[in-house]
Design a protein. Structure first.
Lengths: 113, 112
């Protein structure tokens, strides 16, 4: 257990509304990641952070923004949700011991109607 | 860019049968390779990994060998149990560890 929580765990929203998902970690990990999981695609990286206020884009970043004002929290925002953003979103942290291992949170299921 | 292709399934086996889930990759450089497992309603858990050619990762009776000559990392288990029912993801990571690429996942169901 890497001490990762995600909130909310489930959310239903309407097209065009803003949505923010939160990832919280308790072990002071520097690197944090947001992925989306879709059938037939596995997991795809949206954005990641390598420190407070330091973020970079991943493979599928269009339509998403992120913020990290504290080490423990990494927020993912959909400024104007679309139905194509219906997905399961996972947060992950990088292991402090092995740089290329990641540990995942429990996920947030988002439905955009 | 780097990518992973794995057998999509679903795969249905009887208890104690042998399992192989194929995974091949395309990468520049020298990636690390992983198998993750996802149980229903949960996040992904690292099952095993290998960081260089000919390394064998193993855990809970599962094994996979990093084959550079065939660019493969097939997951094997000699005798599956009902509790192994899950979705299995093959993945690779570059040397910096930030660009992790996943396969589409293979759903395994083991029947008693």
């Amino acid at each position: 257990d890497a001490g990762i929580t995600q909130s909310p765990r489930h959310k239903v929203t309407e097209t065009g509304t803003p949505v923010t998902l939160r990832c919280h970690q308790t072990e002071n990990h520097r690197y944090m990641y947001w992925y989306r999981q879709d059938p037939g695609h596995g997991l795809r990286l949206i954005h990641y952070s390598y420190g407070v206020k330091d973020t970079d884009k991943g493979e599928v970043s269009d339509g998403y923004s992120v913020s990290r004002s504290k080490t423990e929290d990494f927020l993912l925002t959909l400024e104007s949700a679309t139905s194509s953003q219906t997905s399961v979103y996972f947060c992950a942290i990088r292991s402090a011991v092995s740089y290329n291992e990641q540990f995942f949170g429990p996920g947030t299921r988002l439905t955009v109607l | 860019g780097d990518s992973v292709t794995q057998m999509e399934g679903p795969v249905t086996l009887s208890e104690e049968a042998c399992l192989t889930i194929n995974c091949t990759y395309t990468a520049t450089g020298y990636p690390s390779l992983f198998w993750y497992v996802q149980y229903p309603g949960e996040g992904l858990q690292l099952l095993l990994k290998a960081t260089k050619a000919d390394d064998k990762g193993s855990n809970k009776g599962f094994e996979a060998t990093y084959r550079k000559e065939t660019t493969s990392f097939h997951l094997e288990k000699g005798s599956v149990q009902v509790s192994d029912s899950a979705v299995y993801f093959c993945a690779l990571s570059d040397q910096l560890g930030n660009d992790m690429r996943f396969g589409a996942g293979t759903r395994l169901t083991v029947k008693p």
